[in-house]
Design a binder for this molecule. Structure first.
Ligand code: SAM
Length: 207
């Protein structure tokens, strides 16, 4: 039987209610390090990480309505107060709404790889979006990326390399919700580990 998904207005941010750059203290009702996950999917990482780091604030961005509704219902049922989610396109959201030097960590796990060459321009990682991520990150803020796609990973590494001393590569530690043998414990990671696909990780710090 299909479960009825509930809406939880306290966790779901509505793009139409935003007006200019976001005040994260107002959104979360408290100060604290802000983490943003881009492409939250079913929110498995977001929930586990938010439960493991109760002093930090977590915002998920998910474009697909189906995953967004599923995630809202799950976040609401878990009753965590340090998680919010918004249904919107991440690149435009960063540009329009996220203040400079405001984010402690971006998590981007298994971004859509758009494998066909003619679709590469749809990939989230490009010079313009990396520039936005860096603008939003605080000094010492982190950008953490995981993918199963070798060609996309190579593209991401090249984009990072041209940043020179603006970024420093750091060790990628497994996250709070990761089980043994996992890096981040997302639904896609679990599926791909079963398929024995290689997994590529990268973490950088804004200097
Ligand atoms: C391959 S899934 C990975 C989901 C999750 N991170 C995981 O590892 O299980 C990629 C997700 O990113 C979302 N997505 C892709 N591009 C996006 C964008 N520009 N803005 C917001 N969400 C996006 C998709 O809808 C999809 O849910």
């Amino acid at each position: 039987m299909t479960r009825l998904l509930k809406d939880y207005p306290s966790v779901a941010l509505k793009p139409e209610n935003l007006d200019g750059r976001i005040d994260f203290v107002r959104i979360f009702g408290r100060s604290g390090p802000v983490h943003i996950e881009i492409g939250t999917g079913k929110a498995t990482f977001l929930l586990n990480q938010a439960r493991g780091q109760p002093d930090d604030n977590f915002l998920g961005i998910e474009w697909a309505r189906k995953y967004y509704r599923y995630a809202v219902d799950r976040i609401g049922r878990w009753g965590l107060t340090n998680v919010r989610i918004i249904r919107t396109e991440a690149a435009a959201f960063l540009t329009d709404f996220v203040p400079d030097n405001s984010v402690s960590c971006f998590h981007i796990y298994f971004p859509d790889p758009w494998p066909k060459r003619r679709h590469h321009k749809r990939r989230f990682f490009c010079a313009a979006n990396l520039e936005q991520l860096l603008r939003c990150l605080k000094k010492d803020g982190q950008l953490r990326i995981v993918t199963d796609h070798a060609d996309y990973f190579e593209q991401i590494e090249k984009l990072m390399a041209v940043q020179g001393e603006r970024l420093e590569e750091i060790e990628f530690f497994p996250t709070a919700g990761a089980d043994r043998g996992e890096w981040v414990g997302t639904n896609f990671e679990r599926k791909y580990l079963k398929d024995q696909r290689p997994i590529y990780t990268l973490a950088v710090r804004k200097t």
